[in-house]
Design a protein around this ligand. Structure first.
Ligand code: ZN
Length: 362
């Protein structure tokens, strides 16, 4: 790394607010990384016992929302959700209602159908809530803040992760360190680098919108509400990058942990090309080796996280993930099991890709 980049890194990531160095250039940004100590702090804080697994509608999720909101504010992001004609908020609250769903099977011999299991299905409330529904509804909270761009500020790159998880039950806390404190930490880590660059006088041409969803574990509800009630016209969203589970190493990569799956669909070709170029110039992770691509993945990962709500509307997306592992949705998904060295590389790839997409060459 050229020494001026090292000096610049110190200035923007560790030092006081400084005036823009005249020799600072876009190429200097190539040497920047997301701080590993910041990523570690975010993961430990979000996966702490006191947040009780961050289940949507619980006190743990509300504590996590307060934590994330403080981080958005600390990074000097602009609140994006309209409260009324004069005020905006970092928060977008949405109601979730539940219906009991039964699955049926035939009783042997007589053909009579019998309810075999019932479960509670979460849905976004459709229209205003009745008083009865209101007393039974839960409320999710999306969080969002933006960094306005320069000459292309009407064009928006969305960088997102869900911060909710599956809560606590049976005496166990499901910490959700990988799922998805890791992705939340990555998004907040990327925001911190953008903030440092902005304070040093370097801003991107396009606007970058940082969003943290809840309700993901209940069926991608937060992102569904967000795209139905967007803070700007969806036509302004030129790309949406989502990180869900980016802190662990799957079975296929035990010996080659410097990897990431980055999935897209037919609309994401140009984003993927940028990603591959940026990856080759920076962290050089192994990309998409193994079964997690959109077509062949038996687990259908691409359709199971928030980027899908953007992709189904034709918005180009990239989905960053490490794939599944044996602690997935178990109480053993803890902060101490995260590979912070690999998380840092993936978060850095996310930052570098967002920076490149937010600064298209004229
Ligand atoms: Zn997840």
């Amino acid at each position: 790394m050229p020494c001026f980049v090292g000096r610049f890194l110190w200035l923007v990531l560790c030092g006081p607010i400084v005036a823009l160095s005249p020799c600072l250039s876009q190429s200097a940004v190539r040497g920047l990384v997301v701080s590993d100590s910041l990523l570690r702090a975010h993961v430990y804080n979000l996966a702490a016992d006191s947040l009780q697994g961050r289940r949507t509608g619980t006190i743990g999720q509300r504590r996590a929302a307060a934590y994330c909101q403080r981080a958005l504010r600390a990074n000097h992001l602009v609140p994006i959700f309209k409260l009324d004609s004069a005020r905006t908020s970092y928060r977008q609250t949405f109601p979730i209602v539940f219906t009991n769903v039964a699955t049926f099977g035939n009783l042997p011999g007589n053909g009579i159908r019998q309810a075999q299991t019932t479960y509670r299905q979460a849905e976004l409330a459709d229209g205003p809530l009745s008083r009865q529904d209101s007393s039974r509804a839960l409320f999710g909270i999306n969080l969002g803040g933006l960094l306005p761009g320069l000459d292309l500020k009407r064009e928006i790159i969305v960088v997102s992760a869900h911060y909710d998880h599956i809560g606590a039950s049976g005496g166990l806390i499901y910490h959700g360190a990988d799922d998805n404190a890791s992705g939340t930490a990555a998004v907040l880590g990327v925001a911190a680098v953008f903030d440092s660059l902005a304070r040093a006088g370097l801003r991107s041409r396009r606007t970058v919108l940082f969003v943290l969803f809840s309700g993901e574990e209940d069926g991608l509800l937060g992102s569904a509400y967000f795209v139905a009630h967007p803070p700007a016209s969806l036509t302004q969203f030129v790309g949406a990058l989502n990180a869900d589970m980016v802190g662990r190493v799957d079975k296929a990569h035990k010996r080659t942990p410097d990897y990431c799956y980055v999935l897209t669909d037919a609309n994401g070709g140009s984003l993927k090309k940028t990603l591959e170029q940026v990856n080759a110039q920076t962290v050089q992770l192994i990309l998409n080796q193994g079964g997690y691509n959109t077509v062949e993945d038996p687990e259908q990962s691409f359709y199971r996280s928030d980027q899908y709500n953007f992709a189904r509307l034709g918005i180009p997306v990239l989905f960053f993930t490490n794939g599944s592992h044996s602690d997935y949705h178990r109480a053993t998904d803890t902060a101490k099991r995260i590979r912070y060295d690999v998380l840092q590389k993936r978060a850095t790839l996310l930052f570098q890709t967002v920076w490149a997409l937010a600064n298209p060459t004229p």
